[in-house]
Design a protein around this ligand. Structure first.
Ligand code: IVH
Length: 678
């Protein structure tokens, strides 16, 4: 097969898999095989860019940087919908429809109202041409590059489609993905997003589409503007969109009466909590296209459609006081303690109030009656203050200016919404937080220790820095004990250090010394150095000494290490305390080098490798050495007996062509690392 034919075949195969996975939710291939094929296509496209399909599935990984989004006019205004909040208002709408249809029969479609942001997508000859945000309704931002990263939105339509097609719908982020992103941001000491909707909106406006690709945006389409000249009814047009391979939500119902619509509403009002994404109501649309045209529009809304908004469960309660919590990185988060109130089946006693700006914008005061909602049905938040109930003596909340834990004056770095306690090595929650991070599962993995035990060891004066773990002695910790009260449940639990516990702890700490360098680096808890970044740094610099001696420029030049990470590293290493701690860790035998023995085995026995191109994790020489250390053989040119071609950047097309002709497996350095690690 020629390269061109192979690219074509892979492109169409991968598009089909994307459709099966993201639209039908019925994958027919494992994720691993999919990724392997995608990688193969990417390599082929790099080698033969002229044959690459502009709408290739590889484009979903993003990469395009948009400095300023172009403003594009909408083909017809993107309108909003009128709202109803109860059955009476819905029946009023039905009465208006009955009048406007002049006594003729009519049907409705009932659809879910997705809580995201509206998007208009244009297809030309079946190819995704342009995606535009709602903007002001008449013109919006061209966010095509970002929308192309969304896997459920096809780059190419299927079946028989009109040459010019515009579809509209809603983009959103799934609840679980939101929670994951939020946790990740908190872990990195960043201020978290408020809810999935804002996260999706922020994501769509990111300028680097490869960042967008990392965030799981999804969407459903609910409107087709061009339908090949036929006057399809709305329900049929949804089916038509589905036949083009576009994602149309399944929960759409054709209803013969407003009572049927009401049944749909009551069902989804309950069932919405079981959906993986958020909906804030139901949209009712007159189904017949001609009837829609007859009814027309007001200046803002179609007369033939209406949204029914669910009540978000909201409760009024009182702010007892405002507490400030200090995280591992010194970020200070205000938390309102509330009079307990029932919300969606749980008792809410606290609500996050984000930061100082939020408090002053909402003017939240101690003693205020406030409305709380579950943000995205997950995290309780204050959504309003009932000022009419405010005590006349109440005073505006002043955000604290010293740390509640160690009284150090707080910093608010320029451009950040978050106040920080700069007493990084002396502030108790920062100290404990750093140790908890250090022993974490993905760091040094000392599972015999946890929050409670660390607290006891800290209180006893035995543990102040992660390195102190390695100084702990059996006799010093045996018999320690403390009772700890859980703030939420008020339950008391005793943490005690009996013989077996102590031995487990010491064994776990001892075992952690064999964790590889990348984990140690991650465990240090340097801001912005997450698990992946730690791996990249470790493979690139090979040792802590090299990393510590690297200039800002060297750091910046490392693969995928940007300005923010580089600055954070250089700030961390500028501290004598940090340097001393690292030296002490070294003397306890922790790994501060990528170990040669980590890389040796007989996993590659009898396998012949050709290495070609430039790599970011290893140099070519290193890669070859690793192959040999693991029992493999390096050969310089490709032949039938070659097992793998390890492909780096800028590899010559001739080699690729040859490998392809002979059916030699091509892998990149990441796949190679996985082979060794497995
Ligand atoms: S139809 C002309 N259908 O809700 C009619 N909108 O509050 C256009 N929305 O602007 C809208 N789910 O962003 C329609 N199934 C659905 C929807 C939906 C969510 C959004 C859309 C709209 C807003 C109005």
């Amino acid at each position: 097969m020629t390269a061109e034919a192979k690219i074509k075949a892979l492109t169409s195969e991968l598009k089909e898999h994307n459709y099966n996975y993201y639209v039908l939710a019925r994958p027919t291939i494992s994720d691993r095989d999919f990724d392997r094929k995608l990688k193969e296509l990417e390599l082929l496209e790099q080698a033969f860019p002229d044959h690459a399909d502009p709408n290739s599935p590889t484009k979903r990984v993003g990469g395009e940087i948009t400095k300023n989004f172009d403003t594009v006019a909408h083909s017809t205004r993107m309108l909003s919908l009128g709202n109803t909040y109860n059955k009476e208002e819905l029946i009023d709408f039905d009465n208006r429809v009955a009048k406007l249809t002049g006594g003729n029969d009519y049907q409705y479609t009932a659809e879910l109202k997705f809580d995201g942001l509206a998007i208009a997508i244009r297809y030309k000859n079946g190819l995704l041409h342009q995606a535009i945000t709602r903007g002001d309704g008449t013109k919006g931002d061209d966010v095509t590059a970002n929308v192309k990263t969304i896997r459920s939105i096809p780059h190419q339509l299927k079946g028989e489609f009109p040459a010019d097609l515009e579809v509209r719908g809603e983009l959103f982020i799934h609840k679980a993905a939101f929670v994951k992103m939020k946790e990740e941001r908190i872990r990195l000491g960043e201020s978290p997003y408020a809810n999935p909707r804002n996260t999706a909106a922020g994501t769509l406006k990111l300028q680097d589409s490869s960042e967008v690709a990392k965030r799981p945006l999804d969407g459903f389409l609910y409107q087709m503007l061009e339908h090949g000249g036929t006057n399809l009814d709305h329900y049929q047009s949804l089916e038509m969109m589905r036949s083009y391979g576009l994602p149309v939500n399944e929960a759409t119902k054709l209803c013969n009466s407003i009572n049927d619509v009401w049944d749909f509403i009551t069902y989804w009002d309950q069932e919405r909590h079981n959906l993986s994404f958020e909906i804030d109501g139901v949209v009712v649309k007159v189904n017949n296209r001609l009837q829609q045209e007859e009814m027309g529009f007001t200046s803002k809304f179609p007369r033939w459609a209406m949204s029914y908004k669910f009540e978000t469960e909201r409760q009024l309660t009182k702010v007892i006081n405002i507490n400030y919590q200090v995280g591992r990185t010194g970020a200070v988060t205000p938390v309102a303690n509330l009079e307990p109130v029932q919300l969606l089946g749980t008792t809410v006693k606290r609500a996050s109030i984000h930061n100082a700006d939020f408090i002053s914008q909402m003017d939240i005061r101690v003693g205020d009656s406030v409305f709380v909602e579950k943000g995205g049905e997950i995290i309780p938040k204050i959504v309003g203050v009932e000022k009419s109930m405010r005590d006349s003596n109440s005073i505006p909340t002043q955000f604290i200016n010293v740390c509640p834990e160690c009284s150090t004056e707080l910093d608010r770095p320029e451009g950040e919404a978050v106040f920080r306690c700069p007493n990084y090595s002396g502030c108790p929650p920062q100290i404990k937080g750093k140790i908890e991070h250090f022993i974490g599962r993905k760091a040094m993995d000392v599972s015999s220790l946890g929050e409670g035990k660390i607290d006891v060891l800290y209180q006893s004066g035995l543990l102040h820095r992660p390195v102190d773990l390695y100084e702990l002695k059996y006799a010093d910790i045996l018999g320690l004990s403390k009772s700890i009260i859980n703030e939420d449940s008020a339950e008391e639990r005793v943490v005690s250090f009996k013989e077996k516990t102590v031995q487990n702890i010491l064994d776990g700490i001892q075992a952690s010394k064999s964790q590889p360098f990348e984990r140690v680096l991650f465990a240090l808890g340097i801001r912005f150095v997450g698990e992946t970044v730690a791996k990249k740094l470790a493979y690139h610099f090979k040792s802590m000494d090299a990393l510590m001696n690297a200039s800002l420029e060297d750091l910046n030049a490392a693969p995928e290490i940007g300005e923010v990470i580089a600055r954070s590293l250089s700030f961390y290493f500028s501290s004598d305390e940090n340097k001393t701690e690292i030296e002490q860790m070294k003397s306890h035998g922790l790994n501060f080098n990528v170990q040669e023995k980590e890389l040796s085995s007989n996993k590659l026995e009898n396998l012949r490798f050709v290495v070609s191109g430039v790599f970011s994790l290893f140099s070519r020489t290193e890669l070859k050495k690793i192959i040999e250390d693991n029992g493999g053989k390096n050969v310089s040119s490709i032949s039938k007996s070659t097992d793998y071609l390890i492909v780096g950047e800028n590899m010559g097309p001739a080699k690729k062509d040859k490998a392809e002709k002979l059916g030699i497996k091509m892998i990149d350095e990441n796949e190679f690392s996985t082979m060794i690690a497995e």
